[in-house]
Ligand binder design. Structure first.
Ligand code: BLA
Length: 741
């Protein structure tokens, strides 16, 4: 015969969580587990104690319809409810003089019935009084610990176990007895800690579903479910929904070692997670009936609700306290230009927003600290080697477990809460919490859980429950949800302020630049203007010398006068150019639809190309499209580009310039092309700068024309660029957007 998985499997330290408590295949002694096929409602398996409890032969029950096993009324009621998809309720019935309660649950293809003595049931008034007392006495006026103590007192009053404890889990599922009410002769376990393995995951999972459970006699003889393997599925049946399910022998041994004769355990579930347990012990066997267990369930539910309210309140109180500090920090940051300075050197500092030992800000490679922290170089290394691989937010209460280097500074920084901020990858704001110095009293030595047989380490509940003190090494007080909230809110503020500061900086730089540009334009305008008068004087007197005293001048003087007249002429042109350059900056655009073709024709006429460049072939595209722009400026732009094209191609054998356009992404690109000298493309940008000339001295020019052209196009939000090659000519392109962007 196949044997159940349970009896064969030995549980070791490494498979602790795998003990198959859901298919234990046995019932506690005080009640019967009956498993029925959901389709036929006939009994497929039943615990052997049915014979002693009901006085009915097991063999006659197995395979029989439920209706022949239980009183007809009860069986029919289950059948009807199942048919109508209604929820099943416990049903009372009598066999002989004995009253029983049949508690149904459904597990996959089975109806599982827990049949147990109905016990002394409370009359409805008494039951109601019990519930009212629970509602009235559990209040949330004090601390969480006060609430736990109240709950423990109430459970003790209602169910009278020798010892009632509230057992609270930490985030690693280790637990602590946070409240206790006990008989005076018992030693107190208040404050004792127990490792997570004492209540393995499968046991915790079942509590999430089942809520409450009693072990009525720790020293009971478990009654086997017969047959062990379900004739329907060919497997051991999952009886995790049954409260009568027998108990893991490991847990039984555990209780026996503690001198416990009976227990009641109920789950405290907070926000969908197992927060803790109500754990009750009694020295002798003790049974409390279904209705009392329901009262207990009601109690834990009321307690959970109050607890949820309490923790929400705590969250609100804590966040409003940190909000106050945060507001001050924001004020500091907005009124002082340097954010790090604002966060570190005033009152309050950023470390004040939560309970910590100290903190650090890492910005642009510099580390700034406040309070008790590791060394700056240790912090820099922590960021580069560890935090860099974490997300925006990171928190741990035992950093050295994850980053062994941190054991060097665990006294100052066992706990860490960090956030990344700013544009730079390596900018962090970090809070540190010192190692929790308190000693933790473990209920037994958590390190010594197993014994070794044939080289395999076997589990055994600890034989000793003496107080065992262990210093918690490298562990800080855990971070709470309100700590994370305070940090994320502050970081949002910092980022907001940083972005605004950057925007402001760009804005002010920009306006300073515009201002500087304006000043430069006014300056060059007035300088050019002022230069005009003395220049006229120079030119005038030089011409007088030329016209009236020419013969009296010797050769050298004649040459000098000629040079003066020529230079004054060149300077005049330059002043003109500078003036028009400044004007482009200062003049407001007056936009209109322009015929580029007309402007081109005018420009060629103005250059007097026919006479000045007689050999040059000039091609103009007949279809040059119109454009929107300022007439005077666009004329100046085209004039300058055409005059350049004519000038720099004039020394070619067959000079040719071409003015045309093409379409690119719906925009007209105009071009002015020549086959002249061209220039090195590396000057493609420089050529548009003021006074930059890249052509040889053979060509006259002030180096301002292209700067004017560029300025005109910029002012129109357009684009101007050049393609060129030395000896192969240049093509200047420009685009003028036909609407304001
Ligand atoms: C179950 N262990 C439990 C339960 C509790 C504890 C409350 C649930 C009992 C129930 O379902 O009725 C632990 N009880 C405690 C603790 C206190 C207490 C800590 O009163 C403190 C005051 N147990 C061990 C080890 C193992 C183990 C080392 O100590 C290793 C596997 C197992 N505990 C274990 C198992 C169960 C259990 C398997 C489930 C029992 C079951 O539902 O069958």
């Amino acid at each position: 015969m196949a044997t159940g998985a349970y009896s064969e499997q030995e549980i070791t330290l490494t498979n602790c969580d795998r003990e198959p408590i859901h298919i234990i295949g046995k019932a506690q002694e005080h009640g019967v587990i009956m498993i029925c096929d959901l389709n036929t409602l006939s009994v497929s398996q039943c615990s052997a104690n049915v014979e002693s409890i009901f006085g009915i032969d097991l063999a006659t029950i197995l395979g029989a319809p439920l209706i022949e096993v239980l009183p007809k009324k009860v069986a029919k009621s289950f059948k009807r409810k199942l048919k109508n998809n209604e929820s099943l309720l416990p049903k009372k019935f009598k066999i002989g003089n004995q009253k029983f309660l049949s508690i149904p649950s459904i597990s996959k293809d089975f109806l599982i019935l827990d049949i147990e003595p109905s016990g002394k049931s409370l009359d409805p008034v008494g039951f109601q009084e019990q519930l009212t007392k629970i509602l009235a006495e559990l209040n949330d006026s004090g601390s969480v610990n006060d609430m736990c103590q109240q709950a423990a007192m109430l459970v003790k009053y209602l169910f009278d176990y020798d010892r009632v404890m509230i057992y609270k889990f930490d985030e690693d599922w280790n637990g602590e007895v946070v409240a206790e009410v006990k008989e005076p002769q018992l030693e107190s376990w208040l404050g004792l800690h127990y490792p997570a393995t004492d209540i393995p995951k499968p046991a915790r999972d079942i509590f999430m579903k089942q809520g409450v459970r009693i072990i009525s006699d720790v020293n009971y003889k478990a009654s086997p479910i017969i047959p062990e393997i379900s004739p329907i599925t060919g497997q051991a049946s999952d009886i995790s929904s049954s409260e009568l399910r027998a108990v893991s022998p490991i847990h039984i041994e555990y209780l026996q070692n503690m001198g416990v004769g009976a227990s009641l355990t109920a789950a405290i579930i907070l926000n969908g997670e197992l927060w803790g347990l109500v754990a009750c012990h009694h020295a002798t066997p003790k049974f409390i009936n279904y209705h009392q267990r329901q009262s207990c369930l009601f109690l834990t539910q009321v307690f959970s609700n109050k607890l949820a309210l309490k923790t929400t309140n705590l969250f609100l109180v804590k966040t409003s306290a940190s909000d106050e500090i945060r507001k001050k920090l924001v004020l500091q940051m907005t009124s002082i230009n340097n954010i790090v300075h604002a966060l570190c050197n005033f009152d309050p500092t950023f470390v004040d927003i939560l309970d910590c030992g100290g903190g650090a800000i890492v910005k642009d490679g510099e580390v700034y600290t406040c309070g008790e922290t590791p060394e700056k170089k240790e912090i820099a290394k922590l960021c580069d080697h560890f935090l860099v691989n974490k997300g925006t937010y990171f928190s741990s209460k035992s950093l050295s477990n994850l980053y062994p280097e941190a054991s060097k500074f665990k006294s100052k920084a066992s706990g860490i809460l960090s956030a990344r901020f700013g544009n730079e990858e390596g900018d962090y704001i970090i809070w540190f919490r010192p190692e929790a110095k308190e000693t933790v009293s473990w209920g037994g030595n958590p390190q010594k859980k197993g014994f070794i047989k044939n080289g395999i380490e076997y589990l055994t509940p600890r034989k000793s429950f003496e107080r065992w003190a262990e210093k918690v090494s490298g562990i800080a007080k855990p971070w709470a949800d309100y700590d994370l909230e305070a940090v994320s809110s502050l970081c949002e503020n910092i980022i907001h302020i940083l972005v605004k500061k950057q925007k402001d900086e760009i804005y002010s730089l920009n306006s300073r630049l515009v201002e500087a540009n304006k000043e430069l334009e006014t300056f060059s305008y007035s300088v050019s203007h002022d230069l005009r008068a003395p220049l006229r004087g120079i030119d005038g007197y030089a011409r007088i010398l030329q016209d009236h005293y020419w013969d009296r001048l010797d050769d050298y003087s004649q040459k000098a006068v000629k040079t003066i007249v020529k230079s004054a002429g060149e300077m005049d042109i330059m002043i003109d150019d500078i003036l028009s350059y400044s004007k482009v900056g200062q003049t407001k655009l007056s936009k209109q639809l322009l015929s580029i073709k007309q402007i081109v024709t005018n420009a060629i006429e103005a250059q007097n190309a026919e006479n000045n460049y007689p050999g040059t072939i000039i091609k103009i595209d007949e279809n040059l499209p119109k454009a929107v722009g300022d007439r005077r400026m666009i004329s100046q732009l085209i004039n300058n580009l055409i005059s350049n094209a004519l000038k720099y191609s004039s020394k070619e054998e067959l000079p040719e310039i071409e003015i045309g356009f093409f379409k690119k992404k719906e925009q007209n690109v105009y071009f002015i092309k020549d086959n002249g000298v061209g220039f090195d493309p590396k000057y493609k940008e420089k050529i548009f700068k003021l006074f930059s000339r890249v052509a040889s001295k053979d060509y006259l020019g002030t180096g301002i024309g292209l700067s004017i052209a560029k300025k005109v196009v910029d002012k129109h939000n357009g684009q101007l660029w050049v393609e060129t090659e030395p000896g192969k000519g240049s093509v200047f392109y420009f685009i003028l957007p036909d609407f304001d962007e």
